[in-house]
Design a protein around this ligand. Structure first.
Ligand SMILES: Nc1nc2c(ncn2[C@@H]2O[C@H](COP(=O)(O)OP(=O)(O)O)[C@@H](O)[C@H]2O)c(=O)[nH]1
Ligand SMILES: [Mg+2]
Length: 609
């Protein structure tokens, strides 16, 4: 993987999608995530943007001439120099005029250094600790930002003062300008510390500036420089050195009468300013940042794994809750009002009879069994008043339904607010994203909710236009499949007569277990994705129906019971989601959709990396 516009865009996209996924899932990705974001925001992504300047940091031991060098490069005396008075406590940032007007850049630099970046107003400000300050310079190459770093003293008991401040600003540097004197070049204490700074945070290339006695030859300068390079970078340090300059000691410089004069010991560029101006930032930065980039990419893939796992967990929990809800809804309808449904259907059936059938039935010409026995109910059906069941059955049904509804509601409530949900493989913990919704459900007055649900039982039992229309469509469909003789025989009307009153309410079983032999067992499949349901319509074998009639009846009951149940399951689902589980399930489903979309983005970005 290399850094190029595509991989940069991919990492930027991961920055966004992983943050959003973590927020959408209410995931705590821990300190690693925080660190990743900070690395991307402060150290990596902005620095890879087109036009981001080269940051060069001047560093070296105390009083080696850092500030003097800084002032030399920027062409102005901005940083105090010399003796105690010159001991700087803050970073001073010099930018070319154009960069100084770029507030995004200044913001970013300030961000990186650990505080807002303010303009230097008085050099004295540098002598008290605080966030970095900046100044403008016309001499500095336009794409370069130069840092004068604080002095690091070996203060009390060998503790380095200002070390953290210095480290923070050095971390953002693309390269260092390391200045040393004849007195310090072989001072291991000093270079150890600098070496640690320069290489401990990822190796940066550097320019060396040797403040040297004018009498030293270039060969001597080279030799001393090699010692310094070895001390800083180890045996193969040469590759990290961009150039070596000598700055001959000059009392006029010490007296502030002239600036430092730098001369390249080797190489083409005459002085440091020219060398900085000639640097192409891209290869330098790609080399410098590629290990950070790879680290960030690796971390992104780790975090994507965490998101994926959380999403799998979310999916498992959501389907477990949906399944549990379906079971509750099903148990709310565990009594099938056979009699009611059959009567209504028979009514619809008769009303939708084609006229020639009505006519034939009226003349009684072709009517055989079971019409004889069915005549009474047909008459009853023609007079709606007569259809009414005795109040006791109606009441019983209503009470039964209320009990079923309330106990199912209680069950669903418990499951919806529980910290875990039980499935065959064990417990699944409620995901973090749903906890708030669960709390709100808990805070809802439950008794009042139960009352609302219980007032809805009529709604559950009632005939809606839609259900009637569905039953009518069913009647037409069944009729279409029947031969004319079957139609005339009016099995449905007959049925009303043979179904005993005790079958008015029938259990719908939750499992596929066989249930006695007394009645017709109707298997309902594919409802709500539940396991098969059985409705048991108790039609005594003694009802005097032939085997063929029973078979036909059974064939008609299946779609009828299914139509009714499908409709009512939806009604109860609506009621339960509105009153109980809606917010919890809604939150889960939303999180699923959002995370799905984000995971596609994450996968895509990772595949590009
Ligand atoms: N003679 C001489 N003195 C210098 C030269 N450069 C810096 N100095 C002096 O060295 C002292 C420390 O310099 P300064 O830039 O403050 O060092 P810093 O503490 O590393 O920032 C000051 O008194 C400077 O005048 C130089 O080229 N020749
Ligand atoms: Mg200084």
């Amino acid at each position: 993987m290399s850094i190029n516009p595509h991989s940069l865009a991919a990492l930027t996209s991961l920055r966004r999608s992983l943050t959003r996924a973590a927020a959408d899932l209410n995931l705590d990705l821990g300190q690693g995530f925080e660190h990743w974001i900070q690395t991307l925001d402060r150290k990596l992504l902005p620095r890879l943007q087109e036009g981001f300047p080269i940051v060069a940091a001047i560093c070296g031991g105390g009083s080696t001439g850092k500030s003097t060098l800084f002032n030399t490069v920027i062409g102005e005396t901005m940083s105090p120099t010399g003796g105690r008075a010159g001991i700087n406590r803050r970073v001073l940032v010099a930018t070319g005029g154009k960069l100084a007007q770029d507030s995004t850049l200044l913001d970013f630099l300030g961000h990186t250094f650990g505080g807002p970046l303010h303009a230097l107003e008085d050099p004295q400000q540098l002598q008290t600790p605080g966030p970095p300050l900046y100044c403008k310079s016309n001499d500095i190459p336009p794409q370069v930002v130069l840092l004068d770093t604080p002095d690091i003293d070996t203060g009390n008991h060998g503790q380095y003062a200002n070390r953290d401040l210095a480290r923070q600003s050095l971390e953002v540097a693309d390269l260092f300008v390391y200045i040393f004197t004849n007195a310090t070049y072989n001072n291991l204490d000093n270079t150890d510390f600098i070496a640690d700074m320069l290489t401990g945070m990822g190796t940066r290339p550097c320019y060396l500036v040797y403040r040297v006695y004018p009498s030293f030859t270039n060969d001597e300068v080279r030799e001393h420089a090699r010692t310094v390079i070895h001390n800083i970078y180890g045996p193969n340090g040469d590759q990290h050195v961009l150039g070596v300059f000598r700055a001959d000691e000059d009392n006029a410089v010490a007296a502030g009468q002239r600036s430092m004069a730098l001369h390249a010991v080797d190489g083409e560029q005459p002085d440091l300013g020219a060398a900085l101006a000639a640097i192409d930032p891209n290869p330098l930065r790609i080399r410098l940042l590629s290990s950070m980039f790879q680290g960030a990419t690796y971390q992104a893939s780790q975090m994507s794994g965490i998101v994926k796992k959380a999403k799998t967990h979310l999916d498992r929990y959501t389907s477990a809750l949906e399944e549990a809800q379906n079971r509750c809804i099903q148990s709310a309808l565990s009594h099938f009002p056979t009699d009611r449904v059959l009567r209504r259907f028979a009514q619809i059936w008769l009303q939708s009879d084609p006229s020639h059938i009505k006519l034939m039935r009226g003349t009684g010409k072709v009517i055989e069994w079971p019409l004889k026995t069915a005549i009474k109910p047909i008459r009853r059906l023609k007079n709606p008043e007569a259809v009414k069941k005795p109040p006791s059955t109606e009441e019983k049904l209503s009470q039964q339904l209320e009990m079923d509804l309330l106990s199912a509601a209680n069950q669903l409530y418990k499951i919806s607010v529980d910290t875990n949900i039980l499935v065959d493989e064990g417990n699944i913990k409620a995901p973090a994203v749903v906890l708030d919704a669960q709390q709100r459900l808990k805070a809802k007055p439950w008794q009042a909710t139960l009352e609302t649900i219980s007032t809805q039982k009529k709604e559950v039992l009632s005939w809606s236009n839609q259900l009637d229309a569905e039953l009518k469509a069913l009647a037409d469909e069944l009729r279409g499949r029947m031969g004319i003789m079957d139609q005339i025989r009016q099995t449905f009307a007959a049925m009303l007569n043979v179904i005993p009153a005790t079958a008015a309410i029938t259990y719908i079983l939750h499992t596929g277990d066989a249930v006695g032999a007394a009645g017709i067992k109707v298997k309902l499949t594919g409802l709500f994705g539940l396991h098969d349901l059985y409705a048991l319509i108790a039609i005594p074998a003694t009802a005097g129906m032939s085997k063929a009639d029973r078979k036909q009846l059974e064939q008609m009951l299946v779609p009828l019971a299914r139509t009714w149940l499908a409709h009512k399951l939806k009604v109860v689902q609506g009621l339960f989601e509105e009153q109980i589980s809606g917010e919890v399930l809604g939150t889960l489903r939303r999180a699923q959709t959002q995370t799905d979309a984000l995971m596609t983005e994450i996968e895509e970005a990772l595949s590009k990396l």
